[in-house]
Design a protein around this ligand. Structure first.
Ligand SMILES: [Zn+2]
Length: 282
């Protein structure tokens, strides 16, 4: 009788907690075989201020997950059909904060910031190169003037060299001066945007600031903070799903698992695939 009671209690407990137990068992198996079961995901917090619907987000997650799955020929992620946040392995949260707000504001400001910034950077490096050249030319001129001052017999050759060095120096000054107005104009145009970008960078460090993967006792989640367009979001999801699979950053800038969302391709590099194969112990 008491056995039946205990058994009954166990069945009751099991019924109530079978999902939790199933997920605990899976997690134990995963210690040995990390990719044995697909990770279930659900949508957690979803801020409507992002210009995307839940369906679109789910489609994007599926597409991003598919890149890893195709590489391995195996299901690695599955949407939790009940969207039961409590039991899914990963919650995907869309968190609207100052990051996306700034992105939206910059979008409204219009113009391609990337282009303006590229132009600015080209001019800036030209400016820096000219300044170095100017310093070199001033050095040459100073050296010749020192020789001139230290001797009483000034050869015609020395005088000619000084004149040539003076003229070189003046050319460099003019070259710099002709660049400055352009540089300042573009710099002014960029001022707001550059400041905003720097603030974002400073607040979040250099890693994929647009999102993060966090895992603690309460579970794992992918938090999305900011994306400019679908491509950036897909790359971001791919990267964070890679973390969810247990992958770390890869030093190659072409890799999806590179710490910055700097590339354009959605395709995994061989380095990403190698890391996945090694992580899944296949
Ligand atoms: Zn990362």
């Amino acid at each position: 009788m008491s056995f039946l009671l205990i058994f009954g209690a166990f069945v009751f407990y099991y019924q109530g907690h079978h999902q939790r137990i199933a997920s605990s068992v899976k997690n134990i198996v995963r210690i040995v075989r990390p990719c044995a079961f697909p990770l279930t995901y659900s949508i957690g917090r979803f801020d409507e201020q992002f210009d995307i619907s839940q369906e679109e987000l789910l489609d994007d997650v599926k597409l991003a997950a598919g890149k890893w799955e195709n590489a391995l020929g195996k299901d690695l992620f599955v949407f939790d059909p009940d969207n039961s946040q409590q039991f899914s392995d990963i919650k995907i949260n869309l968190e609207y904060d100052y990051r996306q707000k700034t992105t939206d504001k910059l979008d409204v400001l219009g113009g391609s910031i990337e282009q303006t910034r590229a132009k600015y950077n080209t001019l800036k490096s030209k400016y820096v190169a000219l300044k170095e050249e100017l310093a070199r030319k001033k050095g040459t001129l100073d050296d010749l003037m020192a020789i001139y001052r230290s001797s009483k017999n000034h050869t015609e050759e020395l005088v000619q060299r000084i004149r040539a060095a003076e003229s070189d120096y003046n050319d460099a000054v003019n070259a710099i001066n002709s660049l400055v107005p352009d540089l300042n104009a573009i710099g002014k145009q960029l001022n707001i945007t550059v400041t905003s970008y720097n603030t974002i960078g400073a607040a979040n460090g250099p890693e994929f600031d647009e999102g993060e993967y966090v895992s603690d006792k309460t579970g794992a989640s992918i938090n999305i903070y900011q994306f400019n367009d679908k491509q950036r979001l897909l790359r971001l999801l791919e990267h964070e799903l890679g973390h969810a699979l247990g992958l770390s950053h890869i030093a190659n800038p072409d890799a999806i698992m590179y710490r910055l969302n700097s590339g354009d391709s959605l395709e995994l590099t061989q380095l990403d695939i190698d890391a996945l194969v090694s992580q899944c112990k296949i």
